[in-house]
Design a protein around this ligand. Structure first.
Ligand code: SD4
Length: 345
């Protein structure tokens, strides 16, 4: 599977000025690009509506809707959608096909949230299990805890006979060996990495979300990113909306990124505005400004959806009864001077 790479990692901010056209917002507003002007209103869909990160979110969205239409609930649907991405061993960012940690073994992070009941479950740094999102769901449903990590999470999964898999795929092992050699020669490059975050609004008005990743390639073993952190890589508030993140987790989790997107929606912003406002907030505090590789998707209680990312933005996928497609988000590289530049940020 060819995953379009994000061009903005390590690229010059000066080269990226205005927000690129967002397919979701055919005439993109200028609030995110640093110029004065109004954004087009966010598109909305009659639920069920599903939104997820990256083009590989499209088959996951389709699977989510398929499961929902078969009569299952929203929680089953988002879990199965994310499992679809986890099962694809050609995806270097999600599941056991992912890029390993520095010790050559894949460590997976995942979480799940149910709007009804405001329930959450999460696992991090899990080795050797195919479907961390399902382990996270069992943590949510069978324990009084929210998060299990490492050996404890693996023991929990083993006791419940979760499906095990290879520590690393042969292809990723070969790449890791080459990386080790390059590292000795001090020429090693850190490969790109992504995450699936997937959000769903059901016709009954309930929101669900799930998130799964193999995290930062060749990370220090035990490193946990934003994806399994409730409020970081994922947040669902059944009264307002849901948000999810992808990018460099360290730049999301220090700001409770997904939580902040939802809070901005609570204040009345549309999903795209809330994603943009969160990026501007993060960039206003971070010494690196907009050079962060941070991206958000968001879905509100009314079925409106949107996304935004730093730099050139990123691609995300949306599916509902009428269509299933991949869209380009707006990107931001500088502080806005329009309505989003005010003190609401
Ligand atoms: C992490 N946020 O572990 C994840 C990885 C990712 O685009 O989404 N990369 O930091």
């Amino acid at each position: 599977m060819k995953i379009p790479r994000r061009a903005f990692l390590g690229s010059s901010l000066a080269a990226m000025s205005a927000a690129p056209l967002a397919a979701a917002n055919p005439k993109p507003g200028k609030g995110g690009s640093g110029k004065r002007g109004r954004r087009e209103p966010d598109p909305s869909s009659r639920p069920p509506v599903v939104i997820s990160t990256w083009p590989f979110g499209k088959p996951a969205n389709d699977r989510t809707l398929e499961v929902f239409r078969s009569g299952k609930g929203g929680l089953d649907a988002v879990e199965q959608g994310v499992r679809q991405a986890e099962a694809d061993l050609s995806n270097p960012s999600v599941g056991l096909g992912g890029i390993p940690a520095a010790h050559g073994i894949v460590q997976l992070d995942a979480c799940i949230m149910s709007g009804p009941g405001h329930r959450a479950g999460s696992v991090a740094a899990v080795e050797g299990f195919k479907h961390p999102v399902s382990i996270a769901r069992r943590v949510m449903e069978e324990t009084r805890h929210v998060m299990l990590v490492g050996e404890g999470a693996q023991r929990f999964a083993r006791d419940r006979k979760f499906e095990e898999g290879p520590a690393v795929t042969p292809g990723q092992k070969a790449a890791w060996e080459a990386w080790k050699k390059a590292q000795e020669a001090e020429k090693a490059k850190v490969p790109n990495h992504d995450t699936i975050a997937l959000l769903m609004l059901t016709p009954s008005g309930d929101l669900f979300g799930a998130c799964s990743t193999s995290g930062w390639g060749y990370k220090i073993p035990g490193r946990v990113g934003d994806s399994p952190i409730i409020g970081g890589g994922l947040y669902v508030d059944n009264t307002v909306g849901a948000a999810g993140a992808t990018g460099i987790g360290e730049n999301v989790m220090r700001y409770c990124g997904s939580f902040l997107v939802v809070e901005f929606m609570r204040q009345g912003m549309s999903p795209t505005e809330a994603c943009l406002a969160t990026l501007h907030r993060i960039a206003s505090l971070d010494p690196k400004g907009y050079d962060l590789s941070v991206n958000f998707i968001a879905l509100d209680k009314r079925g409106r959806y949107g996304a935004a990312g730093t730099g050139q933005g990123f691609q995300y996928a949306v599916a509902c009864d009428d269509f299933s497609k991949v869209l380009q988000s707006p990107g931001v590289t500088q502080k806005p001077v329009g309505p989003l530049g005010g003190n609401r940020l």
